[in-house]
Design a protein around this ligand. Structure first.
Ligand code: NOJ
Length: 526
């Protein structure tokens, strides 16, 4: 059986604003990514996914795109992108772009045309509706960032819909011209040589044709962000979306060996539908279950088992521990358990996505209110929805701005950045960075881990153990989710050897009839 690069490989997410600044403005750029390619090779990842770098007014930090086929001067130029792409490829690294098809910026020429008049040929490219009888919005749909999802345009006397900011009007994907134009955007980058796309909020692309009101969320307690007041029954995950995604997939298939990932936050049964009929949807519908999971062995074991069982035949799994929208894994589970989590991520069956900075264990970074950047944090203050703490700069060395920039970065560094950085930690065999690197190396070298089968060995509240097996080899993983020592009994590991501990100090240790796991320790056994 042969596997594609994106099945065996590990994806590394880069938030370009926060990876490496090279022009001294406190914000990262594409040239910075290029200069750090050797680090990524050293670390041992296979592909990078770049969050948006397109021209944008940056109301949502690039998720408001004003030109899909160019580079914002803040990040560089098309030439800088081409240099990055070609040097990545020279090093055997694949490059995945963020494609944001649900909405454009309100500064996009398409929207400027669309709002010119009700008769403009581009009017129907966006979602315009008359006011309700009382003059209010056409329905009760709310924006993900708070407030109504509808904004009134006085000049043309209609509302337009935006699932996110008013500066991010939703495109009308029922319009064939929109589809054709967006397919051309994909081809623009595919011809340039990119290896795939992560598609932003892919499940949002089609809305209910009748624009029915969303039902009230029965679980709503009166607290929390606006978006949870209603179930998104009619504003997302509509049956017709799958045909649109099949269209995107077809375009990707015009080119060899390219990848389509979908960003989807849905319950498992609805998530797996995004593999599409006959697996002609997204290659990888992002599996975000670990982002919200209660951190105990039994629960995680159930989650993995249920996911494996729900996958359509032939569908390839994938796992995500952190991203730029959710609290980092170390902020959620703590520094000790984040090592266990890293071993989990890199030894499960399916493609892992590693978020920049998780390999050095960046945890929660306190961002004072006066430094808030995230529009969501500003629109719904006091609810803790801000995403800035997950987007802080990568920390490269012990210098004053951590080698990220020559001036104060756009977001703060961690309080311990003088020790929590690549340069310091790469010299410490027991650091989480050394662990991540060893795991990535082990994964690459062992078919059992990068493409073998997964089987649960045992689980209780504290210890999760599973096996990965290929034709010729078998690897066991035992993870202690508790902060006390545990004895894990496994006859099947007898005469095997511990090859790696999350604590960095057990190598080639023979395994008896049971394994002693120290507090917060995970081991690889072979
Ligand atoms: C999901 C992206 O990951 C998030 O950062 C963004 O704000 C929304 N989609 C809107 O594009």
């Amino acid at each position: 059986m042969s596997f594609a690069w994106w099945q065996k490989g590990v994806i590394y997410q880069i938030y370009p604003r926060s990876f490496q600044d090279t022009n001294g403005d406190g914000v990262g750029d594409l040239e910075g990514v290029r200069r750090r390619l050797d680090y990524l090779v050293w670390l041992g990842v296979d592909a990078i996914w770049l969050s948006p770098f397109y021209p944008s007014p940056m109301h949502d930090f690039g998720y408001d795109v004003a030109d899909y086929c160019n580079v914002d001067p803040l990040f560089g130029s098309l030439a800088a992108f081409d240099a990055l792409l070609s040097e990545a490829h020279q090093r055997g690294l694949k490059v995945i772009l963020d494609f944001v098809p649900n909405h454009t910026s309100n500064a996009h020429p398409w929207f400027l045309a669309s709002k010119r008049s009700q008769n403009d040929p581009k009017r129907d490219w966006y979602i315009w509706r008359d006011a309700a009888q009382d003059g209010g919005p056409p329905n009760n749909w709310v924006s993900h960032f708070g407030g109504s999802g509808w904004t009134w345009d006085e000049a043309t006397r209609q509302y337009y819909y935006h699932a996110f900011l008013p500066e991010q009007p939703d495109l009308n994907w029922r319009n064939p011209q929109v589809r054709a134009a967006m397919h051309e955007v994909l081809r623009f980058w595919l011809r340039r040589g990119v290896d795939g796309f992560r598609v932003d909020v892919i499940s949002h692309l089609i809305k209910d044709a009748a624009f029915r009101d969303n039902p009230v969320n029965p679980g709503w307690t009166g607290n929390g962000p606006d978006i949870i007041r209603f179930k998104q029954t009619f504003s997302s995950d509509q049956p017709e979306v799958h045909e649109v995604i099949a269209g995107l997939r077809q375009v990707v298939e015009e080119f060899e060996d390219r990848l389509l990932i979908g960003e989807i936050y849905l319950p498992l049964d609805r998530l797996v539908a995004y593999y599409g009929d006959n697996l002609k949807g997204a290659h990888l519908p992002f599996n975000f279950q670990l982002l919200d999971a209660d951190w105990n062995a039994a629960g995680i074991a159930r989650l993995i088992g249920n996911y494996e069982a729900a996958l359509p035949k032939g569908a390839w799994p994938n796992w995500v521990l952190s991203n730029h929208d959710r609290p980092r894994v170390a902020a959620r589970v703590g520094a000790e358990q984040s090592r266990v989590a890293t071993m989990l991520l890199l030894t499960l069956r399916g493609t892992p996505t590693l978020f920049y900075g998780d390999e050095i264990g960046i945890g929660h970074v306190e961002v004072p209110p006066e430094r808030f950047q995230d529009p969501w944090a500003k629109r719904e203050p006091g609810l803790g929805v801000g995403r800035d703490p997950s987007r802080t700069p990568m920390q490269w060395d012990a210098s004053v701005f951590a080698g990220f920039s020559t001036r104060e970065p756009w977001l703060p560094l961690t309080a311990d950045h003088e020790t929590r950085n690549v340069s310091t930690m790469s010299g410490d065999e027991t650091s989480i960075l050394a662990l991540a690197r060893k795991l990535l190396c082990f994964r690459r070298e062992h078919a059992a881990v990068n493409c073998g089968a997964w089987r649960l060995l045992s689980s209780d509240d504290d210890v999760l153990a599973y096996e990965r097996r290929s034709e010729n080899e078998r690897v066991c993983v035992a993870l202690n989710f508790s902060n006390t020592t545990k004895r894990w009994r496994s006859a099947m590991c007898e005469s095997a050897t511990i090859v790696l501990s999350t604590l960095g100090d057990r190598v080639n240790e023979p395994v008896g009839s049971d394994v002693l796991l120290r507090a917060n320790e995970g081991v690889l056994i072979q």
